[in-house]
Write a protein that binds this ligand. Sequence first.
Ligand code: SAH
Length: 210
Amino acid sequence: MDFEKQRKNLVSIIQSKGISNERVLEAMLAVERHKFIPKAHWAEAYDDYPVPIGEGQTISQPYTVAFMTELLDVETGQKVLEIGTGSGYQAAILACLGAQVFTIERIYTLYQRTSKLLKELGYQQIKTFYADGTEGLPQYAPFDRIIVTASGQLQQTFLDQLVVGGLLVAPIDDGGMGSTMTRITKVAENDYITERYPGFSFVPLVKGTR
Ligand code: SAH
């Protein structure tokens, strides 16, 4: 399989769906998504769909990863907190953009597998944590950016652990089956700007670990 060619094709599909940030598109071109999913699904690695990664979880749809990354507007050297490590793909995209990534996973087997993979792939700027991400990571806070890759309610913890001027991107349950992608800018302490983009679908944000 010519993965590089498939990746180029995927990036042009994502571009045609409205993603225009060059740095985001370059990161999507650079990170080898197939390495983050089980071999049994490699044939679908560069289709614009989520793929099962075990434990009932999925690696997000590439368009969704691109959309969230574009909203997150990461600059080189920034501290970024990710809730929901999963396959490690989103973390790798953020690292590719020059971020210092702190990523939390609540399922031990995924945490273990992905920590090993990221080490093997040489992502030294990604730190993995096994914990309940709804509590954030107080010992490393505040963060310039926070990205949540599972859907739930907005957690005050996340807003508390964001720098003034920082951005939070999170899918919020819409009350039905879907999620509304939400970007919150912390303009000042207790002063926020919220932007909403409906029509997404995610695995749930679950409290506790297992
Ligand atoms: N960013 C991931 C998406 C994986 S799906 C990727 O690129 O592959 C979302 C992940 O969030 C799942 O692995 C799920 O176990 C995890 N998750 C859900 N609730 C969580 C919580 N409270 N804390 C940490 N991780 C959580």
